[in-house]
Design a protein around this ligand. Structure first.
Ligand code: PLP
Length: 411
């Protein structure tokens, strides 16, 4: 398929994205010590000289207006069971309209405590006896558990590298689909390859789903994190009402505002029958969302200030540094803060473990369904990034090239 770059953006938006953000920049350069917070990212390597660049959270403070919103909610002394506040629903509708020009109705929304739960619910809501879930790979590893969790078969279809980007292999999708394919799981922007799919790509994929009677579950959690200033995020369900009818779209602002510990997400499901099945699939399993998470999410949805563009500006700088070291092993990251690095030319069986021995903790591609790659999370203060890049470079250059014979003993 042609992978036209997603440059479909108004000249204004593109110019705005490329501009230096105004106002005093938050301090993204100073490393905040996360010791004592049981941080998943840092605890993995506690007591070892390994710098963590794996799980997708950022080593930056959340913006002050989020902390203020949480503090303000804490002024009330009762943190009881909480209904979805109407003001939050309105904030989400306005956010969607403002950023993506998609008018979503309040009754399309199902609030859930996490996107991972959301795509698992999508599989349960669409499961058929002997059914299958189709998954383009590599992909954020919890996707790969979804078919098994829902008692469905998995149909993995590898993305292919076309020049400087990873694209869907539409012919392979057509070949892999069967009459019992119930669901396709899309990650857009794509974790781990950093693609933000174009209108043409999304339209072709959605047309395929419509034609084959496949529900499309689109995880768009990374959509505010656009690094390429010329690229715009397109919610797949906003392309056409027919596509919306077969789509479950998942959103959360926890990733972009770096508060994944305050879980709150929303499924947008325009079709009433699909929505009913999704709600039924929760039956007794899914907890409510807490009042602090609601407060934080609402503050993020209402944000129209400079914090996010200041963050993106910083991440673009980090991206440049990573590319200057990693070179053609990676494709440019259009969105997310994750670099997908090809090390298949090196004769190392477990590149993640090899690099840990070199003092950097990356995610091994095998977990994403693609051995021979590693994923590097570059959302951290630049001094830490520089230390990590030095170790990464040393680790990669100490590895034997394929054909030189396997090294032993190091991992
Ligand atoms: C593509 C993708 N979806 C979902 C999540 C996690 O979502 P949640 O914490 O809301 O379950 C992540 C976190 O890295 C992600 O990268």
């Amino acid at each position: 398929m042609s992978a036209g770059k997603n440059t479909e953006t108004s000249a204004d938006a593109s110019a705005k994205n490329a501009q230096e953000p105004s106002g005093p920049a938050p301090d993204f350069d100073t490393l905040i010590d996360r010791q004592g917070t049981s941080a998943t990212k840092w605890e993995r390597y506690a007591g070892r000289d390994i710098l963590p660049f794996w799980v997708a959270d950022m080593d930056f403070a959340m913006p002050p207006f989020i902390a203020d919103a949480v503090r303000s909610r804490l002024e009330h002394p009762i943190l009881g069971y909480t209904r979805t506040p109407p003001s939050l629903v309105a904030a989400f509708q306005a956010w969607m309209q403002h950023h993506y020009q998609w008018r979503v109705e309040a009754d399309w929304l199902v609030w859930i405590p996490g996107v991972v739960g959301g795509f698992n619910l999508a599989a349960r809501a669409t499961a058929r006896p002997g059914g299958a879930v189709m998954i383009p790979t590599p992909v954020y590893y919890p996707f790969l558990d979804v078919p098994g969790n829902a008692g469905q078969r998995a149909q993995h279809v590898p993305l292919v590298r076309e020049g400087e980007r990873w694209v869907m292999d539409m012919e392979a999708l057509e070949r892999a689909a069967s009459p019992d394919t119930a669901l396709l799981l899309l990650s857009n922007p794509q974790n781990p390859t950093g693609r933000a799919y174009s209108r043409a790509e999304l339209s072709e994929l959605a047309a395929f789903c419509l034609r084959r009677g496949i529900v499309l579950c689109s995880d768009e959690i990374h959509c505010p994190l656009l690094l390429d200033p010329a690229v715009r995020h397109l919610p797949v369900a906003s392309l056409d009402p027919d596509i919306a009818r077969v789509t479950i779209s998942l959103y959360a602002v926890t990733k972009a505002y770096n508060m994944p510990g305050l879980s709150c997400a929303v499924a947008v499901i325009p079709d009433a029958a699909l929505r009913r099945n999704f709600i039924r699939a929760q039956a007794g399993l899914v907890p409510g969302i807490g009042p602090l998470a609601y407060a934080a999410t609402e503050a993020a949805l209402n944000d129209r200030g400079p914090w996010l563009s200041q963050l993106l500006h910083y991440l673009r700088g980090n991206h440049e540094r990573v590319r200057s070291v990693v070179g053609r092993r990676m494709t440019p990251v259009e969105a997310t803060y994750l670099a997908w690095i090809d090390v298949r030319d090196l004769d190392i069986e477990h590149p993640g473990a090899w690099l840990e021995d070199a003092g950097v903790g990356l995610s091994d591609g095998a977990a994403f369904g693609a051995a021979g790659f590693v994923r590097f999370n570059f959302a951290c203060p630049r001094p830490l990034l520089e230390r990590g890049l030095t170790r990464l470079q040393a680790g990669l250059s100490s590895a034997p090239a394929r054909g030189e014979g396997r090294s032993t003993g190091s991992n």
